[in-house]
Design a protein around this ligand. Structure first.
Ligand code: HEC
Ligand code: HEC
Length: 479
């Protein structure tokens, strides 16, 4: 005769499972509540620096999304992510578990985090070929939309433990009983608990101009972390992702877009912190290894033919116009700041990073040997090298000018709006030529496309020669 079930569910939980569950629950509560007391698992290792750059850890998984849930989001939220993670412009390679720019590491459970490749690698399509350029500005990545999406996920009714469990099963990776329990009791509830916090932390993003692909506002991110309430003011610090190859030639100069720091180590550490690494757990070995590789990473060669005669004419014009005094290593003002009074580009990013901001930045790393001590406020933007400038459009610190030809035009002739976020390279005007995507509006705060008048008065033929020269602009690499 069949025993009547005492459990209201017909898959009644055996006692051993209940005990395991209770123990797990306690373990996880300790884990979640006091993550400070546990150490992350070892980072994944890779057998070459390219894979390390793409998928290695910089220690940013600490409060990262649990991987078990994260990998089901494209299926659960397929309406919001019609192209999976590519919807936000992440780059995926066949056969890889994660998009480029994500690492995975156990912090209690496996979690995902950003790494240097997130914001510093791009695909570019030129002459019918799509190339992956490591160290390039992540032109298609809309990191703001990704971050807002995670907040949306946390608050959404669509995110349930059942949805995660079912999606995993459908994808052919069914979760075992312990993982199911974790998803039900810890992971999904943990994400939901963060919904209000995420909404508050990123509320400033909803009242300031959208960053769009290829840009981020690290300044306001710091201000939000420090409790400045950036949602209450007009300050904007949105910048284009820079290229990070060939860092060796930038050593000792004043860089970051506004030239606020002359220590390469601090620029690397601040980038890692902005990407999710933690002050009290700064994985210096991992970051230093990435930085060491970037120091000598060669800029990508121009992928299409160059007209050598025209480029030679362009080199002479570049010389005559004095571009190299600011832009070439060894130039008189290389690695220095050109004040806004001369430069006249959009002031917002430089203004945000003022003395008060710098003195607060000085507290970053307090109590640690690496504490930041090289920051300063400036009144302009840095004279940067132009290595592989062909792959670095749209131009200027705020990405407000789509092509080199537009940059050599007087501001009133530069496009007032244009699309960003595609990979299509334009070999004539040099930059990206997007026919759709995110509409960049130069009228919005921080998006101004004025200034940098150098070369704007040249005859058209000379501009074309100068552009031809800039296509393959490189500096003798350090070996
Ligand atoms: C979330 C996106 C993001 C991640 C992740 C990131 N960076 Fe960056 N990085 C930026 C942005 C944005 C800037 C420009 C900041 C500015 O000047 O305002 C920058 C600037 C830099 C610079 C200074 C470049 C220059 O010439 O001025 C270096 C060097 C750098 N990053 C290295 C790294 C390294 C190394 C990592 C990994 C440890 C990393 N970044 C991770 C977004 C990122
Ligand atoms: C007095 C110094 C100075 C001179 C001279 C100068 N530039 Fe610049 N250049 C800058 C600064 C500073 C920036 C960054 C401005 C900003 O982002 O707001 C810049 C930006 C650029 C950029 C865009 C870089 C990027 O990553 O988006 C290009 C391209 C460029 N300059 C080319 C030239 C050319 C070509 C000439 C000569 C015709 C020239 N510059 C002359 C200071 C100078």
């Amino acid at each position: 005769m069949q025993q009547p079930s005492v459990s209201p569910r017909n898959d009644g939980m055996p006692l051993w499972l209940a005990i395991v569950a209770a123990l797990l629950l306690i373990a996880c509560l300790v884990l979640e509540g006091k993550r400070l007391t546990i150490k992350p698992g070892p980072p994944q290792t890779f057998d070459n620096p390219v894979a390390e750059f793409k998928y290695g850890s910089i220690g940013a998984e600490w409060d990262g999304f649990p991987y078990m849930v994260w990998r089901e989001l494209p299926a659960i939220f397929k309406d919001e992510l019609p192209e999976g993670w590519r919807t936000f412009g992440f780059i995926e390679e066949p056969g890889q578990e994660l998009p480029i720019g994500f690492s995975i590491r156990r912090v209690g459970v496996p979690r995902v985090g950003f790494n240097c490749a997130t914001c510093h690698s791009a695909e570019v399509t030129a002459g019918g070929n799509t190339m992956l350029l490591l160290g390039a500005p992540a032109e298609t990545l809309d990191i703001q939309s990704y971050i807002l999406f995670l907040g949306y996920v946390a608050a959404s009714d669509k995110l349930t433990a059942d949805a995660v469990i079912e999606s995993a099963a459908q994808a052919g990776r069914p979760l075992g009983p312990i993982d199911r329990l974790l998803v039900r009791t810890i992971l999904v509830p943990g994400i939901k608990d963060q919904a209000d916090g995420l909404a508050t932390a990123f509320s400033w993003m909803k009242v300031k101009p959208r960053h769009g692909p290829g840009r981020t506002d690290a300044g306001n991110n710091w201000r939000a972390r420090w409790g400045y309430g950036p949602e209450k003011d007009e300050a904007v610090g949105t910048v284009d992702f820079p290229s990070v190859w060939n860092q060796g030639i930038r050593e000792g100069g004043w860089f970051h877009w506004d030239g606020n720091n002359n220590s390469l180590i601090e620029r690397n550490y601040s980038a890692a912190l902005a990407g999710g690494a933690k002050e009290w757990l700064l994985q210096r070995g991992l970051i230093d290894a990435q930085a060491e590789w970037l120091r000598d990473l060669p800029p990508p060669a121009y992928p299409l033919p160059v007209n050598a005669d025209m480029a030679a004419d362009g080199a002479a014009i570049y010389e005559r116009e004095g571009c190299g005094t600011c832009h070439d290593p060894g130039g008189e003002s290389f690695g220095q700041v050109t004040p806004l009074s001369d430069l006249q580009t959009d002031p917002a990013r430089s203004d945000l990073f003022d003395d008060a901001f710098v003195s607060r930045f000085g507290d970053v790393g307090k109590g640690y040997t690496w504490r930041f001590s090289h920051y300063r406020a400036t009144d302009g933007y840095a004279n940067t090298p132009l290595d592989a400038i062909w792959a670095r459009g749209p131009y200027l610190h705020n990405g407000s000018v789509p092509t080199l030809r537009a940059l050599l035009s007087p501001p009133e002739d530069r496009p007032a709006t244009f699309y960003r976020g595609c990979t299509d390279f334009d070999p004539v005007d040099v930059g990206f030529a997007c026919e759709s995507g995110f509409l960049f509006d130069t009228q919005l705060t921080g998006n101004g496309n004025g200034g940098h008048l150098y070369g704007t008065g040249l005859p058209d033929g000379e501009k074309s020669a100068l552009i031809e020269y800039l296509k393959s602009k490189q500096y003798a690499g350090r070996s």
